[in-house]
Design a protein around this ligand. Structure first.
Ligand code: NAP
Length: 276
């Protein structure tokens, strides 16, 4: 599996499973756990979660899926903005570690801006890193101006910015993604399927049929073809977890990429960062 180098010298796999909406309904818990376990059995190298997802239950599911394994994937989790004070961030991280039954989070993100002062959150991130509780830190839903502000506080260590980015929402390509690329900061593309909305698009279906892959595989493969981009499709179904991994085997030629550009044009001007 390909990975992206991070400013700290560590690296992050370019593909993983998302867990938003997991842990929200006890009746779906067994199926969600089964899907995360299946992803790990198939070799998914990264799990993306957050204290917000199921108010901690998604992290518990991740912990259950990890239990008893000799190798563990790269783990990403996130702190709520309202917890992101100097002390609150440290306490939230400790709760997340406990729920997942792990000693260290590989990448710990501020979920979105708001609440605490950014300087306090970064102070806590530096402290957690020095204490070995997180390996790297970063942000989420940060537009260019926020990234510039973060870069004044991060001692060159912001490892990623997780934002909404997929074929039907290409706004970050105008300025945010180039800015991040110049600094070798990988962009984590969330909602790669636009939460399923992208999959019914006629143009996507047509190109997928030409390539003999599924629309979901094509949408994910397109993101994986973008330099410096990591993506994290979520599925709570065994079959779809396997299907989504198949995106890694889809090769996109320059002609196919051009056809996708015609159907889903890149931005010609600045667009405010969209958020789900
Ligand atoms: N930082 C942030 O603010 C933020 C915001 C949003 C998301 N995220 C992260 O990014 C992850 C992915 O984004 P997302 O969950 O919003 O959306 P997504 O991955 O684009 O789409 C997930 C939806 O698509 C369905 N799906 C998955 N694979 C499919 C396939 N092969 N065919 C048809 N349908 C399929 C899933 O249903 P089933 O589960 O039933 O398969 C689910 O309803 C999240 O889980 C979360 O970890 C972060």
């Amino acid at each position: 599996m390909r990975s992206c180098p991070l400013p700290s010298g560590a690296s992050m796999p370019v593909f993983g499973i998302g867990t938003w909406r997991m842990g929200e309904n006890n009746r779906r818990r067994a199926q969600e756990l089964d899907a995360v376990r299946h992803a790990l059995d198939l070799g998914y190298p990264l799990i993306d979660t957050a204290e917000m997802y199921g108010e901690g239950v998604a992290e518990e599911i991740v912990g259950e899926a990890l239990a008893g394994r000799s190798q563990r994937p790269f783990i990403v989790s996130k702190v709520y903005p309202h917890n992101a004070t100097r002390r609150g961030t440290v306490a939230a991280c400790e709760r997340s570690l406990k729920r997942m039954g792990i000693e260290r989070i590989d990448l710990y993100l501020l979920h979105w801006r708001g609440g605490a002062r950014l300087s306090e959150t970064f102070e806590a991130f530096h402290h957690l890193r020095e204490a070995g509780k997180i390996a790297d830190f970063g942000v989420s839903n940060f537009d260019l101006g926020d990234m510039e502000e973060a870069s004044r506080l991060d001692k060159g260590l912001t490892a990623s910015n997780q934002v909404l980015y997929c074929l039907s929402r290409r706004g970050p390509e105008f300025d945010l993604l180039p800015w991040m690329r110049r600094r070798s900061i990988p962009l984590m593309a969330y909602s790669p399927l636009d939460q399923g909305r992208l999959l019914g698009t006629a143009a996507l279906k047509k190109v997928a049929a030409e390539l003999r892959c599924t629309p979901a595989q094509l949408a994910i493969a397109w993101l994986l073809a973008q330099p410096g981009v990591v993506t994290i499709p979520k599925s709570a179904s065994r079959e779809r977890v396997k299907e989504n991994l198949g995106a890694l085997d889809v090769t996109l030629t320059p002609e196919i990429l051009a056809e996708l550009d015609r159907a889903f044009p890149p931005p010609k001007s600045k667009q405010s960062l969209a958020m789900l």
